[in-house]
Ligand binder design. Structure first.
Ligand code: HEC
Length: 183
């Protein structure tokens, strides 16, 4: 009895699958299966990416520095419609040495006097190891936050690193001299 029921149930399901769904649904179903096949096929290709999870782990490390404004406001940079206000938690540039571990530099970026974004650099021991030598900015990590302080998703942080590597002589900080003067 159970067997018959199962059988009927099974065939009923097959019947429904074949005849009941509208075209769109059927397509979506097929699409789903195709997608799944593609995912399976892509698995071996994903292995190198899995090995790089360290890099992603480091990139998630910079949290929004909610206390940044209590740090030192060391520079204002105005260029056309853009105004940038720079803050650092630990001011130690005056010695002309690399900034200490734990330093967080926050830049408020305004366009036409409206807050457009925050960009943040944070330095923690060992963080640089997650990146290949040509993209390593010491132990600094970078992050772009929206005005509501949420992380801007999908931002390519390698671009931050690539540009800031030019400042290797200033511990990767463009405004190092400004910080030094203010310290
Ligand atoms: C094309 C080059 C370039 C890129 C890309 C770039 N920056 Fe910068 N960044 C600068 C310059 C130049 C300054 C100095 C301020 C100025 O002159 O506007 C700066 C300043 C900063 C500062 C203040 C400390 C300092 O170095 O003076 C922070 C923090 C910062 N950038 C974070 C970021 C983050 C996060 C990203 C990526 C989302 C990023 N930057 C991408 C060029 C760049």
């Amino acid at each position: 009895m159970t067997k018959i029921l199962t059988g009927r149930c099974g065939s009923l399901r097959a019947f429904l699958r074949l005849n009941f769904p509208l075209e769109g649904h059927a397509e979506r179903l097929q699409g789903g299966i195709r997608r799944r096949l593609v995912q399976v096929a892509a698995l071996p290709a994903a292995f190198p990416a899995l090995l790089l999870t360290n890099a992603f782990a480091a990139e998630t490390k910079v949290d929004f520095p909610s206390e940044y404004a209590q740090g030192k406001h060391y520079a204002s940079i105005v260029r056309g419609d853009t105004r940038e206000e720079l803050y650092t938690t630990i001011a130690a540039a005056s010695r002309g040495e690399p900034l200490p571990e734990g330093t967080v530099i926050t830049m408020e970026d305004y366009r036409n006097n409206q807050l457009y974004r925050y960009v943040v650099m944070e330095k923690r021991k060992g963080w640089g190891q997650a990146h290949p030598a040509e993209l390593r900015t010491g132990d600094w990590e970078f992050k772009w936050f929206n005005p509501d302080r949420s992380v801007r998703p999908g931002e390519n942080l390698d671009r931050c690193r690539a540009c800031h590597t030019s400042q290797a002589g200033n511990d990767y900080v463009f405004s190092y001299d400004r910080m030094k003067e203010a310290d």
